[in-house]
Design a protein around this ligand. Structure first.
Ligand code: TEU
Length: 542
């Protein structure tokens, strides 16, 4: 497998509106990010991914863009952005931006024009259909609404939206629109941006006939439709191949076979992807399923394409709450999950606050929440007559706000995030869980991440090593090897709150094995064939 900087990198995701507020308006901003670059660098990070900061009415927190060439006021201005890019580069890091080109805001001037009349030249930049039997053109649902069609009364046609009503989808069939997007991509790359995280990039192409779905609730019909690979190959030819950048596609609803089509190095589309077989399909930890997913993606992409590893982001509940234990084993399980993500094949992502073991949150009422996905679902279900408390409870665990509460910098007012009124409530546990406390404690989750990230820099085996699962059928223990150029690492993880014993296969029982890192105090780390609750260890074996 050929070597690339983005395979060796560790990426840190900055959801800037919840990261650090420099001007007291209650929202994080780009100057706030600037002020914390030394912190990010001190963790050993190579690449920063910034969530969208384009001009936006913020119905979906910046994923509804009304001007691709402007920085939204809440985030700052273009000068702040340019200063930030320079400061990131001067620290030897890179920065990637979110590219959101499946849809715009309904307030984007393109859409305002498009909806103004049937013969407007921009009409075809979005997707318009006549009613069918006086109603929606088909039975499809969107991510955030009961239908993916919205009637425009003035022209009598419906427009298509994969997400909220306020997020109309662009019509990628239109060559003029595509060129306009490529021009915008070059604009930011020419400013020095080092790549793109591409929002739901496999949704660009739509099914030609818009036939009804058998099960409208299984919305995979929104994605992976004929034409998608032509668009991405064209984007690559027109833009991507002319820059030394990394691209990571957000690609829901794919198996390894389908995923490979996006990242196969010989196909010239994208460098790597986020697939959602874990995040979308595994509401709670499921060891056997997780191992299957890892093995099938490893086999599917081997020597051909590159994967990404993550368990949480701004859409998916914090990993220690969802997949670990955020109570008595918070620190151990946070470190164990980190050990796993940083030793599985693919580029690891750290979502802000993960490195101090931040947890999900539980607010009292629906009004405390901001997430449009959660709120729209709540009101839809309540309108059907369901018990509101029951609906509320059912949405708590996966609410996107679990991951969107502000970064916990200290135990001071508003966790040191803002001097104003935060746009969303702070997790009340900031008194114990915060960066200041983590930096004072040599055993903290933070220093464990730092050590893991440093190991990646010195050990190719962590990046390029072959992967082998030694216990594919164990429901609690995850034991695997990575091997490269004659070096083998043995990774031992206990995904449970019980001590567990095991027997390594012959050939792996090396009495001389060297402990590389472990999440329990070092002097007691040598329980050969036993793992304590949420214990994680890496050995080098000969
Ligand atoms: O997310 C796309 C999206 O909703 C899913 O892939 C998601 O991760 C999962 O299925 C949750 O249910 C992207 C952005 O990350 C998200 O914040 C935006 O709201 C969305 O696109 C629309 O732009």
């Amino acid at each position: 497998m050929n070597k690339q900087w983005w395979k060796e990198a560790v990426v840190y995701q900055v959801y800037w509106r919840s990261f650090n507020d420099s001007d007291g308006d209650g929202y994080g901003d780009l100057k706030g990010v600037l002020g914390k670059l030394d912190y990010i660098k001190s963790l050993g990070i190579d690449v920063i991914w910034l969530n969208p900061f384009y001009q936006s009415p913020n119905r979906d927190n910046g994923y509804d863009i009304s001007d691709y060439y402007k920085v939204m006021e809440k985030a700052g201005d273009m000068a702040d952005f340019e200063t930030l890019v320079e400061a990131i580069h001067s620290r030897g890091m890179k920065v990637i931006m979110d590219l959101v080109v499946n849809h715009t805001s309904d307030q984007h001037p393109w859409f305002v024009e498009s909806r103004s009349s049937k013969d407007n030249p921009k009409r075809d930049w979005y997707i318009w259909e006549d009613p069918k039997d006086g109603a929606e053109p088909n039975n499809w649902r969107s991510y955030f609404a009961p239908s993916c069609w919205e009637l425009d009364p003035a022209t009598g046609q419906y427009y298509y939206h994969s997400f909220a009503v306020e997020q109309p989808d662009l019509n990628w069939k239109n060559p003029e629109l595509r060129q306009e997007i490529y021009r915008m991509m070059r604009f930011w790359l020419d400013k020095g941006v080092d790549g793109y995280r591409m929002d739901v990039i496999n949704l660009l192409a739509k099914k030609a006939d818009f036939a009804d779905a058998e099960n409208p609730y299984h919305i995979s019909y929104l994605a992976n439709n004929p034409g998608i690979h032509d668009y991405l190959q064209e984007m690559n030819r027109e833009v991507l191949q002319h820059y030394d950048i990394m691209t990571v596609g957000e690609i829901p609803f794919v198996s390894p076979e389908e995923g490979l089509l996006y990242v196969d190095e010989s196909r010239n589309e994208l460098d790597t992807l986020f697939h959602f077989q874990v995040a979308d399909d595994m509401p709670a930890w499921d060891m056997l399923r997780f191992k299957e997913i890892q093995s099938s993606w490893y086999r599917g992409l081997k020597q051909k394409g590159w994967n990404s590893q993550f368990l949480n982001n701004h859409d998916h509940t914090r990993q220690v709450t969802r997949y670990g234990n955020d109570k008595e084993y918070r620190e151990q399980s946070a470190k164990m999950l980190a050990t796993m993500i940083h030793t599985l094949p693919g580029t690891p992502y750290v979502y802000q606050g993960e490195e101090i073991g931040m947890t999900g949150v539980r607010f009292e009422t629906i009004d405390d929440y901001d997430d449009i996905a959660m709120k729209n679902k709540y009101y839809e279900e309540v309108a059907k007559g369901r018990d509101s408390q029951e609906v509320f409870e059912s949405l708590l665990m996966l609410s996107r706000d679990n991951s969107r509460t502000p970064m916990q910098w200290s135990d001071e007012t508003n966790a040191g995030f803002t001097s104003g009124q935060p746009w969303i409530k702070i997790n009340p546990n900031f008194k114990e869980i915060n960066v200041e406390a983590a930096l004072k404690n040599p055993d903290s989750v933070f220093y464990f991440y730092k050590e893991l990230i440093a190991l990646r820099k010195e050990n190719d085996v962590m990046v390029y090593g072959d992967y082998q699962d030694l216990f594919p059928h164990d429901e609690h223990l995850y034991v695997y090897t990575r091997s490269y150029n004659g070096i083998t690492w043995l990774i031992l993880l206990n995904h449970s709150d019980q001590q567990r014993s095991f027997k390594l296969p012959a050939g792996y029982q090396d009495p001389e094995k060297k402990l590389i890192i472990g999440n329990y105090p070092k002097e007691t780390a040598d329980h050969d064939e036993k793992l304590r609750p949420y214990e994680a260890k890496i050995y080098q074996i000969t």
